[in-house]
Design a protein around this ligand. Sequence first.
Ligand code: NAD
Length: 480
Amino acid sequence: MTATQSASTYDDINPATGEVIAQVPESTHDDLDRAVRAARTAFDGGKWSQMAASRRAKIVNKMAQLIAERANDLMLMEVRDNGKAISTAKGEMGAIVDCFEFYAGAATKNYGETMPPPLPTYLANTVREPVGVVGAIIPWNFPLLLASWKVAPALAAGCTVVLKPAPSTPLTALELGKIALEAGVPEGVLNVVTGSGRDLGQWLVEHPLVDKIAFTGSTATGKLVAKTAAETIKRVTLELGGKSPSIVFDDANLDAAVAAAIYGIYYNAGQACEARSRVLVQKSIYDRFVASFVERARNVRVGDPEDPQTQVGAITLPEQFEKIRSYCEIGASEGARVLLGGERAKLDGRNAGGMFWSVTAYEAAPDARIAREEIFGPVVTFVPFADEAEAIALANASEYGLSASVWSENIGRANRVARALRSGTVAINTPYAVFPGVPFGGYKQSGYGRELGMETMKLYSETKSVLTFIGEKPMNPFGV
Ligand code: NAD
C-alpha cells in the first residue's frame, strides 16, 4: 500500500453513538491515480500475476489465517464503523475466512481447456490469465465481507486491486490492506483508497489503466458505473439492489417459516441486498402467519450493537435513516396497515444519540411503493396470494431479481416455483442461502456476474486461445 499524500482527513462516525471514531484520509484524484498506477506496475511486473498459482494460493490462505486470528478486533471495528450488532459481525468474520480459504483453493483450479483439434494438424487449448487491474467498489452494509467477495477471487486469479470502500465504513478495508502485506502479497498488489465523496468511485471507473470494475451498490449507481465503464470497454460485474420475496404456502412448516421471515428482514437491520422484504403468504394461512410473525418479532432485540444479546443494531447513515422514515410516511399515505413498529427506536445511555429504527411490518397492496421499492431497512410488507400461479406472478413483478425464498413441504411444488422465479438465488425451506462456493448475483436490475462461485474466477480472468501447428509439412496458404 502507498500512503495517501493528501493531508486532509474526514470524520468517521459511529452511527450507534454519534461519536467520531477515526480520522480517515481524504484521497485526491492524484492519490487515486497513484494507487491505480501502483496496481498497474505491480501487475505488469508479473511478480504476482505470473507467480505459480500454488504459491499465490498459500498467500491467500495466509490472509484467511490472519483474519481468523484478528477476528475479534476486526469485528469490533466493523461494529463501531457500521453500527451492526456484534452477533451479526461475528457471523460475517467466519464467512470472510471461509471466502479467502475457498478462493485460495480455487487459485490452482482456474483451468483452461483442450479442444478437439479444429484440423488434424492442430493442438488447440485455452489458458486463463488474470484480467489485470481490478477496481473494487464496496457499499457500507457489509464492508469487509463484500470486500472479501472481490479481493479474494481477484488475488487468487492473479489480478492486482484498487479497493474503494464506502466513505462511511472504510476501516476494515484499510486493515485488509495491511493483512495482505503481512501475508506476503507484494507491494502494489492490493491498494486501498478512502474518501468522503462520490468522485473517487467515478475516477476509478474512468481510469484508463483499470481493466475491470467489480461493483456492489445501488442499482442507480450501478447504471452510472456501467455507462462510464463502457467508454474504456472495461469488464464489469454489478451486484445491485433487491426487493426479494419469501413465498409461504399453506403446507409450509409455519414455525420455521415465521422464524426465517423475521430473520430474513431484520438481520443487519434490513440493510442487506438479499433481505426478504416482501412476504407473500397463501390466503388460507395469512392471518395466522401474520399474527405469529408480529407476536414473535416483538421479541427481536434492537439495542446497543456492542451488547452480545442485541440482534438489530443501528442504521448506518443519516440519509439511510431518513429514507426509512420517509418510506414509512409513504406507506401511511398509501393506506398500508401498520402491523408493527413504523417509528424510530429510542435508546438511552451511550446510544441516546444513535440512529435506531424499530422492527416494522406493513400489510400493503402489491403495487404500493413500499411493497415494490428497495427501502434497505427493517421494514417488511405482507401481501396475500391465492395460488401457485399468483404467487409466482407477484414474486416476479419486480424490476429486481436477486434472491427469493419458497416455503412448502411439497418438494415438487417448491422446486416448480423455484424454477419459475426470475431470481439469482432461491432458498427452499431455509433462512441461509449465501455460502462460498455457491454463486451469488442478480437477474434483471439486480445486476450481472456472479460472486462466491468457481465461475467467479472466470470473471477475474481472460481466456486466451493457443493454437499450435503439429503437422510435418508446413502450411503455405498462398502457395508462394
Ligand atoms: P451506492 O451505490 O450509493 O454506493 C456504493 C459504492 O459506490 C460506494 O463505495 C460509493 O462511494 C460508490 N460510488 C458512488 N457513486 C459512484 C460513482 N458514480 N461511480 C463509482 N462509484 C460510486 O450504494 P450504498 O448506498 O453504499 O449501498 C446500498 C446498496 O447496495 C443497496 O441498493 C443494496 O441493495 C446494494 N447492495 C447489493 C449487494 C449485492 O450483492 N447485490 C450487496 C450489498 C448491497
